[in-house]
Design a protein. Structure first.
Length: 415
């Protein structure tokens, strides 16, 4: 049984697991990117450390989200917690944000800048190899080493954000060339949501210097509300169908995907939210069709007992969260995201890491308007592992400072 501080050897093991996980995010064919999950056995031994020092606000909100989503899952479909596929699909939130939870509890001295630099180089070249040796689904629809082209696009968009940060810090020609490569690869994935998101994020951080952020968010929200105001009555009049089948050529399917989101998936998520606005239908419930609703007074809930773990989500993180966890869930998520961004800005990171992570953060925010990207492992794991490293490093600094202070105070006392 562990007691006191983890031994140095244990810290090295933790570090190794997360380094392997980070560098394995280049593919989701082999899920090595979640190898850090094996460290969950440490949690009972180090859980008490949460209460030993001031907890970052975003970490506190993340803990609340974990508790609330877990309660929502237990209320809706407790059996899925024992199904591995749940954590890959409907419940991918749980492993995706685990690096932040674990690494705050384990103080490590980490050279984040060096790790990020090596990761960007490795991931860019590895992705280039995938592009060269693997066939495309169609012209400009490349999956790289991912199962879907949107997963590939989400990953490359985060990689490009980190690459831009590295280039702007040192003006290194290597990262300039890698940036061009990553943009080309992103274009070739055909992930329109990722491409739009990185363009908006670059304009927001590098040109607008972070100004007008609230105005941009308000504008995006208004556009989404207008779309729903137009599409929801059409969906209701059409008979509230769950969606349209994807058939035909690739171009026809891609066009259908847009219509499917606007006229079927988004209105359905809104309808689920209207029925149970406070707590939603239950975590993981959106794709469990056909629905069978029952009125429980304070909410109308889906009681079909059909539990499907798939990626047939609402293709909009905010609507998906509203549908499944209601106002309580979306409020916790928004508070977490706001406080996380403030933490990144105030962490005293080097210019390259600061710019890279801030651009990556907004890539996630904007792409989540057209996809369920807030919990997508391909896009989020590189981001959450790096944030976890920052927390662990910060924890280590706090510990060293505290020890130095106690030593100095004891020295004065004995004098």
């Amino acid at each position: 049984m562990m007691s006191g501080k983890p031994k140095i050897s244990m810290k090295k093991i933790v570090y190794l697991f997360f380094i392997i996980s980070l560098f394995a995010t280049v593919t989701n064919f082999v899920p090595l990117s979640v190898s850090f999950s094996a460290l969950c056995f440490l949690f009972p031994f180090v859980f008490g450390r949460i209460f030993n020092r001031p907890v970052p606000k975003f970490y506190f909100f993340l803990l609340l989200i974990y508790v609330y989503f877990l309660i929502s899952t237990l209320q809706y479909s407790p059996k899925v917690l024992l199904q591995p596929e749940f954590y890959r699909r409907d419940g991918n939130f749980f492993p995706v944000y685990l690096p932040i939870i674990i690494l705050w509890l384990i103080p490590l001295q980490i050279n984040i800048e060096r790790i990020t630099k090596h990761f960007v180089i490795w991931a860019s070249l590895f992705s280039l190899i995938a592009y060269l040796i693997l066939p495309a689904e169609a012209p400009h629809i490349h999956h790289l080493f991912f199962i879907t082209h949107n997963a590939a696009g989400g990953f490359i968009s985060i990689l490009l954000a980190l690459c831009i940060g590295q280039y702007l810090e040192k003006r290194d020609k290597i990262f300039f060339m890698l940036g061009i490569l990553d943009f080309f690869l992103l274009w070739e994935t055909g992930s329109r949501g990722s491409l739009l998101a990185i363009i908006i994020a670059i304009i927001q951080i590098l040109i607008l210097k972070g100004h007008f952020t609230k105005l941009l968010l308000l504008g995006a929200t208004i556009i989404m509300v207008i779309i729903l105001f137009y599409a929801y009555p059409i969906w209701v009049e059409s008979g509230k169908h769950y969606g349209i089948p994807s058939i035909g050529t690739i171009d026809e399917i891609r066009e259908d995907n847009i219509n499917n989101r606007i006229f079927y998936l988004w209105p359905r998520a809104l309808d689920n939210f209207w029925k149970s606005p406070i707590v939603g239908q239950g975590f993981g419930s959106y794709n469990d069709t056909p629905y069978h609703f029952e009125d429980f007074g304070i909410a109308v809930l889906n009681t079909s007992k059909i539990y499907i773990n798939s990626d047939a989500h609402a293709h909009n993180s905010y609507l998906n969260i509203l549908s499944e966890t209601g106002l309580v869930g979306i409020s916790l998520v928004i508070m977490f995201l706001v406080s996380l961004y403030r933490f990144i800005k105030r962490s005293g990171l080097s210019k390259g890491i600061d710019l890279g992570l801030r651009i990556a953060f907004w890539v996630v925010i904007w792409s989540s308007f057209t996809e369920h990207r807030l919990t997508a492992p391909a896009q989020m794991l590189p981001f959450t592992i790096l944030v976890g490293f920052i927390l662990s490093n910060f924890h280590s600094y706090q510990t060293r400072t505290s020890i130095a202070y106690e030593s100095q105070r004891n020295t004065r006392y004995y004098r």
